[in-house]
Ligand binder design. Structure first.
Ligand SMILES: C[S@@+](CC[C@H](N)C(=O)[O-])C[C@H]1O[C@@H](n2cnc3c(N)ncnc32)[C@H](O)[C@@H]1O
Length: 355
């Protein structure tokens, strides 16, 4: 691998050309184990709004696999560059801040992604890697679910030896901007990665819900008019930057296509690029449609946090090179269907066996 671009391209093209859009053993095992905790769903209604055990169960049945795939597709181009792979090879602990975490989907997609990189020696380690997750959500049920799912995932991970360990570092029950105050009081003071996945619509459009759920809610987004909320979210993301690791940090915003126009208007910098892409999945909500469904979505990944501009000798925030270079990789025709044998791991191994 000569440079960042080749790393990202190599990983992405191996993944894509081999039709490797499928959930791994780790994720399917996680899904089947955690489903035992929830009532068997009779419809997919409310699957997209996890708040109580019933809707969380529906979310895991109907949306979890496609959310995992979407997030991993975006991770491929935002975190498969040399800087990230070197960092993940050398650092002892990665801290993830999962905002509006729901049942923890984005964090688990990341854990699975890292396991794939480890098992295929894209990440080379001399000692175990610890992933510490901070979960934040408005709903107490979501935080409890995310914690429980982490414990289940930890048990499954033990089958892979001790190279990857995960734990919950903290849970913040609050509305999104209140995260700043809770970070202030947390024993964890720095994060490496921040995810905000599939949550712009509840935060920006239905933001007032926080006022009903959180007594004395101090989040300015919840108190603001909907038209003012995107700028306030951008301001929050900017302020959050003071907790980002000054040596390495990456952020990922991901959203279904319908709300994709919200991403650029709540980004803290105009320079950032939003990538729109889609995958086709055979069945997402079988009770809703028997047709193959196209899953269009948009994401933005960025590196360094914006407040780090204040630190002297620190690189100014910039769009990821691979996001610019690889925009063309993502077309409307990316296809995901269930091909159980062809996982990322198999695809990568096959390529190296041949090459
Ligand atoms: C569609 S779910 C997405 C969950 C997860 N990030 C994912 O990708 O699957 C949206 C989540 O945003 C949370 N949420 C809504 N408004 C919020 C707010 N103001 N602050 C924090 N979380 C919020 C909801 O409780 C819900 O868990």
């Amino acid at each position: 691998m000569k440079n960042d671009t080749i790393n990202a391209e190599s990983l992405f093209s191996i993944w894509k050309k081999n039709g490797a859009w499928d959930i791994s053993y780790l994720i399917s095992e996680l899904r089947s184990r955690i489903l035992k905790k929830y009532p068997v769903p009779d419809s997919s209604e409310n699957a997209q709004n996890p708040s109580d055990p019933d809707s969380i169960g529906k979310n895991i049945v109907y949306l979890f696999p496609s959310h995992i795939m979407k997030i991993q597709k975006a991770l491929c181009t935002t975190m498969a560059d040399k800087e990230s792979l070197d960092y993940f090879s050398q650092i002892g602990n990665i801290t993830v801040l999962d905002l509006a975490c729901g049942p923890g989907t984005a964090s688990f997609a990341f854990v699975d992604f890292i396991l794939g990189l480890l098992r295929n020696a894209y990440i080379k380690r001399a000692s175990p890697l610890q992933i510490t997750i901070i979960f934040q959500d408005l709903e107490v049920n979501c935080l409890q679910a995310a914690e429980y799912h982490t414990n289940v995932l930890r048990n499954i991970l033990s089958q892979y030896g001790n190279w990857l360990r995960i734990s919950v570092g903290d849970t913040f029950r609050c509305s999104i901007s209140e995260t700043i105050n809770l970070m202030n009081n947390s024993h964890i003071q720095t994060f490496d990665l921040m995810f905000l996945a599939n949550a712009l619509d509840p935060i920006l459009i239905h933001g007032h819900k926080a006022l009903e759920l959180i007594p004395d809610c101090q989040d300015p987004i919840a108190h603001a008019r909907p038209c003012d909320r995107p700028a306030l979210l951008g301001n929050f993301l900017n302020n959050l930057g003071k907790y980002a690791n000054p040596y390495y940090s990456r952020d990922l915003l991901l959203q279904e296509n319908r709300y994709a126009p919200l991403i650029p208007i709540c980004l803290p910098s105009q320079e950032l690029k939003v990538i729109r892409t889609s995958m086709t999945q055979k069945t997402i909500r079988p009770d809703y449609s028997s047709e193959t469904m196209i899953v269009p979505f948009a994401y933005c990944g960025y590196k360094y946090s914006f407040s780090n501009k204040a630190i002297s000798n620190y690189p100014i925030p910039q769009p990821l090179a691979c996001l610019e270079n690889f925009a063309n990789c993502f077309g409307e025709n990316d296809y995901y269907e269930s091909i159980p044998e062809l996982l990322l791991l198999d695809a990568v191994c096959r390529r190296f066996a041949v090459g």
